[in-house]
Design a protein around this ligand. Structure first.
Ligand code: CTP
Ligand code: MG
Length: 374
């Protein structure tokens, strides 16, 4: 059986109070529509995509749909209400089964999508819902009626139907309805419940959008660097000048800490290393401030859809004592990367006189980075 998806994106997002449709608001380089589309693409279960858009957002949504899905995606004008929007979209459906989903629910799982489709195949419908965890009551200033919680469900989307049945139901509409399941119930039969997930929330208010920043796949990066200590050079660590009679030798400012951190960030995003991006034969990088390169690295990962969550590093140096410099270095790296200071963990150690670090011939740094693929 072929499956169509109607993704409703034609609202205005008034309750969220952004100055544009909440679904298009940039969150760490992505947005709600991109997130929700990638959830359905990942499921591999959808044959046809139909997206509702209001006039204002039509071209932007078309562009996003084209990038995510290709030319096959259909964007149709929505209506005044969500029901009107779905009614328009239903005309375009070619699948035997249609899933109707809120563009504002980006956390939908492949399991839910597949269970809805299975339920529609077997029973004609599948409405995602979770049992109410809390007591539900009706009222205004005072509670007028307790509905309890046993046998009560919180309704979510997607809601899946045999296409001919939901089309028939929509053709009979005679009033206002909460959602597609209610329309199906009124004109066809009581729809079947599919187990939802409590995480499958609809982003309604501004604060809900904080959740988008947290979700994604975590990646861990590792970096290592080492430079020789020589006289007549500055010693710079994390962009901070350190008082010492020797400094690090290198083509750039030889900021070994920033170099190891950049390599950690690049490796977490599978973007090779600093030698690949900033070759040490290139005259453009002669004596360059390495924190300038760090900013370029942050742009590179952002372009690939990654956000940096934390960095940590251990500096291996026999001398000088770095203890008093650590807060300044931490502060500087936090301000460059845009991380909170508590997500920048910098430490230092001696090597107890052992090896080339112990003989004060060089300084090494081992760094880690945590990234999130949005
Ligand atoms: N929607 C739609 N057409 C409408 C109204 C809403 O396609 N005329 C979509 C929204 O874009 C959203 C989903 O239906 O993805 C659920 O609606 P809701 O969360 O209420 O979003 P908005 O209507 O945009 O928000 P608000 O009610 O706060 O204005
Ligand atoms: Mg609305």
């Amino acid at each position: 059986m072929s499956v169509s998806l109607i993704l409703t994106c034609a609202g205005k997002g008034e309750r969220a109070g952004f100055n544009e449709n909440k679904l298009l608001v940039d969150v760490n380089g992505t947005n709600c529509i991109k997130k929700v589309l990638s959830a359905f693409i990942k499921s591999g279960a959808i044959n046809q995509y139909i997206i509702t858009a209001n006039k204002n957002d039509f071209n932007r949504i078309k562009e996003i749909a084209k990038t995510a899905i290709g030319d096959g995606a259909k964007v149709v004008l929505g209506g005044k209400t969500r029901t009107d929007s779905v009614m328009n979209a239903l005309k375009e459906v070619s699948g035997d089964i249609v899933l109707i989903h809120d563009g504002a629910r980006p956390f939908v799982s492949t399991r839910i999508i597949k269970d809805c489709i299975k339920s529609a195949e077997l029973f004609g419908s599948g409405i995602t819902a979770v049992p109410s965890r809390d007591t539900v009551a009706r009222g205004e200033d005072c509670i007028l009626d307790y509905a309890g919680k046993s046998g009560l469900y919180i309704i979510q989307t997607p809601q899946a139907f045999k296409t001919d049945k939901i089309r028939l139901a929509y053709s009979k509409i005679d009033g206002t309805f909460n959602d597609d399941g209610e329309i199906y119930k009124r004109f066809i039969e009581p729809p079947k419940i599919v187990n939802g997930e409590y995480d499958n929330i609809k982003l309604t208010y501004k604060e809900d959008f904080e959740l988008l920043k947290q979700c994604g796949e975590y990646r861990f990066g590792v970096g290592f660097d080492c430079h020789e200590l020589v006289p007549k050079r500055n010693l710079v660590l994390g962009g901070i000048k350190i008082e010492h009679e020797k400094g690090l030798l290198g083509h750039s400012d030889a900021d070994v800490l920033t170099h190891a951190i950049m390599d950690a960030i690049l490796s977490g995003a599978s973007l090779r290393d600093i030698g690949y991006h900033f070759p040490d034969k290139d005259p453009r990088y002669k004596d360059i401030d390495s924190t300038v390169l760090l900013k370029k690295v942050l742009t590179l990962i952002k372009e690939k859809g990654y956000a940096l969550k934390s960095i940590s590093a251990v500096i291996m140096a026999e001398k000088p004592k770095l203890l008093n410099y650590i807060p300044k270095i931490t502060q500087n790296l936090a301000s460059i990367t845009g991380l909170n200071e508590e997500n920048v963990g910098i430490g230092a150690t001696t090597l107890e006189g052992l090896g080339f670090v112990g003989r004060e011939e060089g300084i090494c740094v081992h760094a880690n980075a945590v990234l999130i693929k949005l």
